[in-house]
Write a protein that binds this ligand. Structure first.
Ligand code: DC
Length: 237
């Protein structure tokens, strides 16, 4: 249910943090409450990774950078609201790839792809254009630091690695993916290291971001917390 009448000031909300912290679930819920646009930027890096895998320029063994960069002009990314899911699906050149981008294969290669400067340059420009009119909740790794350094509210999410692994494992199994807990833990561990140590736009908390550790919080707890902040800011009632 929306709690933000149209005459309220619209802001940009940046949600950054570690993988499998529930950032997208949380950010989507905030957007629904405020009547804002929600953008999952991880899905955009995943979509480029999927295109690279399909074209044979990305593999678990490495990336053909020149080949990947040559593909970028032909990748048109958009989001379309899916009423059945109550959320937006991501499309590449008109094809819905919402399911394909969540596979363990894409997860295994996306950190390397997101470390390619030209990929970041293009996706950041697209993200900034999406948020030009404010009224947006965007989740990712560099939203509060690079994409919207002037965002009015920046949230940095974290949770115990074991809690994150369990959440991701349950999500993948529910979708019928044949993964083991060990694979999921290893994927989370290696992505944490890659996200924090990459040369361009590494994952870090913006100085003015508020930290939300949701290891022992439900989505309802998290919403109560954020709505309190938004009320203090005069963004919602
Ligand atoms: O949020 P996610 O797990 O779906 O993100 C997939 C990958 O994309 C993650 O390993 C890091 C990268 N990413 C990024 O580098 N910058 C963003 N703004 C969002 C995601």
């Amino acid at each position: 249910m929306e709690c933000c009448p149209n005459n309220r000031k619209k802001i940009v909300i940046a949600v950054d943090g570690f993988s499998s912290c529930g950032k997208s679930t949380f950010a989507r819920e905030i957007a629904a409450r405020l009547g804002y646009i929600f953008i999952d930027t991880g899905a955009m890096y995943r979509a480029v990774t999927l295109c690279g895998l399909r074209a044979g320029v990305v593999s678990p063994q490495g990336i053909d950078r020149a080949g990947l960069e040559a593909l970028l002009d032909g990748i048109d990314i958009s989001f379309r609201f899916n009423p059945a899911r109550g959320a937006s699906d991501i499309y590449v050149n008109g094809e819905c790839v919402e399911r394909e981008i969540r596979s363990i294969e894409v997860s295994g290669c996306v950190s390397a792809v997101s470390g390619v400067a030209e990929v970041r340059r293009r996706l950041v420009a697209l993200q900034q254009a999406m948020g030009r009119d404010k009224g947006i909740v965007m989740d990712g790794r560099d939203i509060g630091t690079v994409v919207f350094p002037d965002a009015e509210l920046k949230i940095f999410m974290t949770a115990d690695p074991s809690v994150r692994a369990r959440r991701r494992y349950d999500e993948l199994r529910a979708r019928g993916e044949r993964v083991t807990m060990e694979e999921v833990e290893e994927n989370i561990r290696s992505r944490d290291i890659a996200d924090q140590s990459r040369a361009i736009s590494p994952l870090r908390r913006a100085e003015d971001a508020v930290v939300l550790d949701n290891s022992r919080m439900t989505v309802a707890d998290q919403m109560e917390w954020v709505l309190g902040r938004l009320r203090e800011m005069g963004v919602c009632e």
